[in-house]
Design a protein around this ligand. Structure first.
Ligand code: ADP
Ligand code: ZN
Length: 530
């Protein structure tokens, strides 16, 4: 070809072509690589699949010495190193999975200058012997992979990452390149300060994935809804179905298989061999549906994943973005589908309450969940909301997400909210009792259940005041009030409780806009007895 934009020259370009077999750089790569080859620091914020690895691998091959890669993904190191070796790159790793002989061999290769890349788990750097080892060799650069792990604000904080600030102090002449797929402004800022990268070259990629259609639907009959999606829109397609627990992974995989869909389970509780086999089949065969916990997907590079379905609410927008981002890497039309319901909110809040760590940590988890809920309940374009979360503002409505295609209607839910909050207030007076959403809704609907009778709740003034709405709608009210922080859940029974903000609604000084629950119910196409 001629001297077009795609033409590449220079040492980096030669490595790109000769070692990796690619013709041209992807957006951003050339600038980052040139900068690091010249000895500068870089901070790379690029979505999963964007091509971050080459941003340190090529400079490591061009510069003299060994590129030291710090990565928390110990389970992937062997694969990464094998893949590099297959390309003729001299790579090795040091982590806790090795015995002494294996470690010695890697160390010797490093000292002899026979390694282009050395992968290290961050905890290795806590060991003085590792630091002395690095002192005795020649380091071309430090790559800090998954750099968001240094951010306490983030969703994946690892204390060992905090010491990475010493890399620059101990080896001031060695360039550093930090990389992450998490690009919220908060995380970006924290990585910059903690790793001292204020003067580095910052590359913030476009996080938009235009070929992914985002849809978030109310959870009614999740299995039937999922089956409907697969049958009507993705027959024969490869995809991933994410579930929160191992038990539901097994259940859903079995269910889909029973419906004639080639589904396989994947979670940490499965035997290693089974897990490896299922993953291999997903990568190798066409049209496999992987039903998995979020343990699945890291480092998986399958271009033709046509859909990612979530049957449970992700804990954060970062998680949602990364998981859905595994769809459509080939640029073809793909679906990101999430079913979420009241129970998800209750469950996630319960997990946060029970999570280890201090109050500040739980508050952070709460903030992450709130952002995810806001995305679920938004009446605006999902893509706009998602990109705004990653600091990318000013994008136009996409015209291709569920809220763009079928704009949700909102209604004045102030009176409904007042009824519900009054019921919670009344029940709250019975301090020794614990009442969840189901019971509160029974009271509002005036249902004489055994529990209502037992507690004489038919005598409450709020009994039966909610007959103007259906149960489904009441569940929507509860869910949205939880999402808006106007209601809280407590304890393992999911007891509803008021928040500070609830008082304004009860006093009538605050109105509540709610999203109307879609009427459409997925037509169930479950085979009977399947
Ligand atoms: P990330 O680490 O950002 O998730 P990777 O570095 O694993 O992404 O790259 C994703 C895929 O894109 C890999 O298969 C990689 O080989 C490929 N890739 C990266 N850069 C290029 C390029 N310039 N041309 C073609 N393919 C590329
Ligand atoms: Zn949209």
């Amino acid at each position: 070809g001629g001297a077009g934009a795609g033409m590449v020259t220079g040492a980096a370009a030669q490595v790109l072509r000769r070692v990796f077999g690619y013709e041209s750089f992807r957006s951003g790569q050339r600038e980052i690589i040139d900068h690091v080859v010249d000895g500068g620091d870089a901070l790379v914020l690029m979505p999963t699949g964007g091509g971050k690895s080459l941003c340190y691998q090529i400079p490591a091959l061009v510069r003299p010495g060994t590129g030291v890669v710090v990565s928390p993904l110990i389970a992937l190191m062997q694969d990464q190193v094998d893949a590099l070796r297959a390309l003729g790159v001299r790579a090795g790793f040091l982590n806790s999975s090795q015995d002494l002989d294996q470690r010695r061999a890697v160390e010797a290769a490093f000292l002899a200058g026979e390694l282009d890349l050395l992968y290290l788990a961050p905890e290795r750097l806590r060991v003085e012997a590792t630091l002395r080892l690095l002192d005795r060799g020649t380091i071309s650069l430090f790559a800090i992979d998954e750099a968001h792990c240094v951010a306490q604000w983030g969703h994946d904080f690892r204390p060992d990452y905090l010491m990475l600030s010493m890399l620059h102090e101990r080896w001031p002449g060695v360039p550093r390149v930090a990389l992450t797929a998490t690009a919220t402004p908060e995380t970006h800022k924290e990585i910059t300060t903690r790793l001292g990268l204020a003067d580095a070259y910052h590359h913030v990629a476009d996080f938009d994935r235009p070929n992914i259609q985002y849809r978030i639907v109310p959870k009614k009959e999740p299995k039937a809804q999922l089956l409907h999606l697969l049958r009507t829109e993705h027959p024969g397609d490869a995809g991933i179905v994410y579930c929160l627990s191992r038990a539901s992974v097994d259940k859903i995989a079995e269910f889909l298989a029973g419906q004639g869909i080639p589904a396989l389970p994947y979670h940490a509780g499965l035997d290693n061999l089974v897990r490896a086999e299922n993953q291999a089949r997903f990568l190798r065969e066409d049209g496999i549906v992987m039903v998995a916990t979020i343990a699945f997907g890291m480092g998986i590079d399958k271009p033709d994943v046509r859909f990612v379905a979530h049957l449970d609410l992700p804990k954060s927008v970062e998680g949602y973005y990364q998981e859905t981002g595994r769809a459509g890497r080939d640029g073809q039309r793909s679906t990101a589908w999430l079913a979420y319901g009241l129970q998800d909110v209750v469950q996630q809040r319960r997990l946060i309450d029970a999570s280890p760590g201090d109050a500040a940590h739980r508050r952070r988890l709460g903030t992450h969940l709130d952002a995810m809920l806001a995305l679920c309940e938004t009446v605006e374009c999902r893509r706009v909301g998602l990109l705004a979360y990653f600091g990318q503002r000013g994008t136009a409505a996409c015209g291709n997400c569920d809220t763009c295609l079928e704009p949700p209607q909102s209604w004045d839910g102030t009176v409904a909210a007042q009824k519900l909050l009054s019921a919670v207030l009344r029940l709250d007076r019975e301090r020794h009792q614990r009442f969840g959403a189901g019971h509160v809704i029974d009271i509002l609907l005036g249902r004489s259940t055994p529990k209502v009778a037992q507690h004489r709740h038919e005598t409450l003034t709020v009994f039966g005041v909610g007959e103007d709405l259906r149960e489904l709608e009441w569940r929507g009210v509860v869910r949205q009030l939880l999402a808006q922080g106007l209601l809280a859940v407590q304890g393992e029974h999911g007891t509803l409780a008021l928040t500070e903000a609830s008082a304004d609604v009860l006093r009538g000084t605050r109105t509540v806009a709610l999203r109307r629950e879609p009427e459409r119910v997925a037509r169930s196409s479950v085979r009977s007895g399947g």
